[in-house]
Design a protein around this ligand. Structure first.
Ligand SMILES: [Zn+2]
Length: 347
């Protein structure tokens, strides 16, 4: 596996966002100077939504395309994608999460450029350097590199279920508590003022424009997409996921590992952020109200997870990446219970 030079930033070379931008794919690939043969990684659903269209545009643009329809983001599927590596010059990941994670990781392992085409705006993974791949039944976050290009067609993303957009708001809003956690005293070594500012601004812009997001307009969807891309860029600038991942993410990862039917990543992070913002002494009501505006969960009942398990996730989040100190690691059981109750997340 390759590693990047210390203190370097790897960023996407092209980010194209707007209604109907999928059509520009051949022009984008020409601009990036990528050779001909491509492999599209999708699932059954995204193949119908946009996959066939993507293949059509690329074939018409002179790119022979292979297609792989995956069923999950696990090591076996990753092997299946990587088996194509000698026959292709670029990878396209098309989906909400799993196809993008697989294409990203395969591209990194095999040194093949990867283009990210999100079909939903439910989390910041489509522009980030990290991939979530299942190994032995457990979700593991792996280091990769960001896509060479992100092509986010907002007319496609606008048609995704509204719940996914609400989750995207949760993931982006949680940047605020991630940055507060990052600022905790002994975390200064890797702290980046620029990355923190960009990450917070992305959350702020979505908070300010939440009415547009709530009515599902293309403009609102574009706001969330751009914020999620900025979040990925902030992580690339920092060289760590810290600007967009603090205690609320540890809470979410704990639920993913210990709960049979977890909720969506962004839903869990958004809800986690209400409690960690309370612990930081910040404006947690603003976070709750922003989530409410897009019908994202603000308590354990909305989340569909038993309140005892939700409380356990806050109390035991220390088990996840213990070296990453957050407000949850610095609070005692009584303080965490009080925060969960006072915010109405449980009780
Ligand atoms: Zn996240």
């Amino acid at each position: 596996m390759r590693s990047k030079p210390a203190r370097s930033m790897i960023l996407p070379r092209m980010v194209v966002t707007g209604p109907g931008v999928l059509e520009q794919l051949p022009a984008i690939i020409a601009e990036l100077d990528i050779p001909e043969r491509g492999l599209i990684v999708c699932d059954n659903n995204t193949l119908q939504i946009a996959g066939n269209q993507v293949i059509e545009y690329l074939v018409a643009g002179g790119h022979p395309m292979e297609k792989i329809v995956i069923e999950g983001a696990n090591i076996e599927e990753l092997d299946r994608v990587e088996a194509y590596s000698d026959k292709i010059d670029f990878l396209v990941g098309l989906g909400g999460g799993r196809p993008i994670d697989l294409a990203k990781q395969a591209g990194f392992n095999k040194d093949i450029p990867f283009i990210s085409i999100p079909t939903a705006a439910s989390h910041d993974g489509f522009g980030s350097a990290r991939a979530s791949i299942r190994q032995d039944g457990r979700k593991t976050s792996m280091q990769a590199i960001p896509p060479i290009a992100v092509v986010a067609d907002t007319s496609i993303i606008s048609k995704a279920p509204r719940r996914l957009l609400g989750a995207g708001v949760g993931d982006i809003i949680s940047n605020q508590t991630a940055v507060l956690d990052w600022k905790l005293s002994e975390q200064k070594a890797d702290y980046s003022e620029y990355a923190a500012a960009l990450s917070e601004m992305a959350a702020q812009l979505v908070e300010d424009g939440i009415d547009k997001v709530a009515n599902g307009s293309e403009e609102g969807v574009r706001l969330v997409v751009k914020a999620l891309i900025s979040s990925g860029v902030a992580m690339s600038i920092a060289g760590t996921s810290r600007p967009a991942s603090g205690g609320e993410h540890k809470f979410s990862h704990w639920l993913d590992s210990n709960c049979d039917t977890p909720a969506l990543h962004g839903e869990q992070c958004g809800l986690g952020s209400i409690v960690t913002m309370y612990l930081h002494g910040g404006n947690w009501e603003k976070i709750r109200d922003t989530l409410k505006a897009v019908n994202a969960p603000v308590n354990s009942k909305d989340l569909g997870i038993d309140e005892g398990i939700v409380l356990n996730a806050f109390l035991n989040s220390k088990e996840i990446r213990p070296q990453r100190v957050t407000i949850l690691d610095k609070s005692n059981q009584k303080q965490i219970e009080e925060a969960a109750l006072a915010t109405g997340v449980i009780g």
